[in-house]
Unconditional design. Structure first.
Lengths: 251, 161
């Protein structure tokens, strides 16, 4: 078993879920309508729970326990894509990010349901069913907001154009990419990206939005190698504040 | 000698903390009961949703129930060996949900489409002239709906694969 490769895979997934889950939770109490407030809060709870399950797998491989791992690392020790840490901005950007991220996440877990690393495959078989609701929610609002008014359509297009290169950064390859594919642990970022584009295209067309032309695609990499925007540090500090004050506290 | 069947029967009084008419057994989240030669009991559970915040509490409720029934050695653990899906709710469980005012999840064939979530039968009047308001409700396992026939909002226990 290639433990360093598996750990790297688990870390990037756990960190993506934890950070985007935290961003989703920032909508709690602020959602534009009650149902949407509840939706982002529910998705936050799912994502943080799923990240905890991945941290537990890491713990079984000798890494610190889930809470310590989630709450005591500094921003430059996180493996999430920069896409996950960008601020929520307004509902347009949050919705677009949720749509682009969740399609990728759902496909990633569907692939991992067949992973040769059985603990991850077991978790993935469960999580992929839960994520369906995140994807349904995202599809509905992408189309609804893009087909609302001229203003909402323009805002969704701007959000999509701004998000795009960051979204492509989710598929930054690991230095263990070949080993992961050969050992049938994970089919790889390139395969995932191809499936993702196929999955999102019909909804983008249905919404009447356009992806940037392919020659302008310029993925924002670095997150997987611990390089982050200035937005991650304050998030990590806020997220771990209570734990750092009293690490032994019981919830 | 304590039998596994007896343990299953004892567990029927442990209810879902959020749906007090539904037992954890009928919910389908108790996946395994083992009685060892020394009469110690091992129970395995599985979550409805990985992020379910009630999981630790439910483990404790199962433990307390068996201890109160006089079983000395009890261990309860959670795993994903046989993952939960909504088809695992028993017939009696589906009726309990309805009694609690929740639309039960339709049986699925391992695949859930957005269409399956539309026009859920209203648990109050039975009409299918209903609309999905949101796939997310007050708990991770419920969605929000509105019945145009009896003009009431209602919740569904979501189908999950």
């Amino acid at each position: 078993m290639n433990t360093p490769a598996i750990k790297e895979l688990l870390y990037k997934m756990a960190d993506d879920l934890l950070i985007i889950g935290h961003r989703h939770s920032e909508w709690t109490g602020l959602g534009p309508i009650l149902e949407e407030d509840i939706s982002f809060s529910s998705m936050a709870q799912d994502k943080i729970g799923q990240s905890q399950a991945l941290f537990q797998l890491l713990h079984q491989l000798g890494e610190p326990d889930a809470d310590t791992n989630a709450f005591t690392r500094n921003a430059n020790q996180f493996y999430n894509a920069q896409f996950a840490e960008l601020p929520n901005e307004e509902y347009d950007f949050s919705t677009v990010r949720h749509f682009l991220y969740d399609h990728a996440d759902q496909l990633r877990f569907e692939m991992l349901a067949h992973s040769s690393y059985e603990p991850l495959a077991k978790l993935a078989r469960k999580v992929k069913g839960e994520l369906k609701y995140h994807v349904f929610h995202a599809n509905t609002w992408m189309v609804k907001l893009a087909q609302g008014t001229e203003e909402s359509k323009a805002r969704m297009q701007t959000a999509l154009s701004n998000a795009w290169n960051y979204a492509l950064g989710m598929f930054e390859e690991s230095k263990f990419e070949k080993e992961l594919i050969a050992a049938k642990i994970f089919e790889g970022e390139a395969a995932l990206k191809t499936k993702w584009i196929q999955a999102i295209t019909p909804f983008i067309e249905k919404a009447g939005l356009k992806l940037p032309p392919e020659k302008e695609w310029n993925p924002v990499y670095g997150g997987r190698k611990n390089f982050h925007t200035e937005h991650l540090d304050p998030l990590v500090k806020e997220m771990g504040e209570v734990f750092r004050v009293e690490p032994a506290s019981q919830w | 000698m304590l039998t596994e069947k007896e343990v299953w029967e004892k567990l029927e009084v442990v209810k879902d903390p959020e749906i007090p008419t539904l037992s954890m057994v009928d919910m389908g989240i108790i996946t395994k009961v083992e009685v060892k030669a020394d009469e110690s009991v091992r129970v395995e559970m599985t979550p409805t949703f990985v992020g379910c915040p009630a999981l630790k509490m439910m483990e404790q409720m199962v433990y307390d129930c068996l201890k109160e029934a006089g079983i000395e050695k009890v261990s309860v653990s959670t795993n994903l060996d046989t993952p939960w899906n909504s088809n695992k709710i028993t017939e009696r469980g589906l009726l309990c949900l309805k009694k609690h005012g929740l639309a039960p999840p339709p049986k699925h064939e391992g695949e859930i489409t957005q269409e399956l979530l539309e026009h859920v039968a209203c648990p109050f009047c039975g009409s299918k002239n209903t609309e999905t308001k949101s796939p997310f409700g007050p708990t991770l396992c419920r969605s929000l709906h509105y019945c145009h026939n009896c003009l009431q909002a209602f919740e569904q226990f979501k189908p999950v694969v």
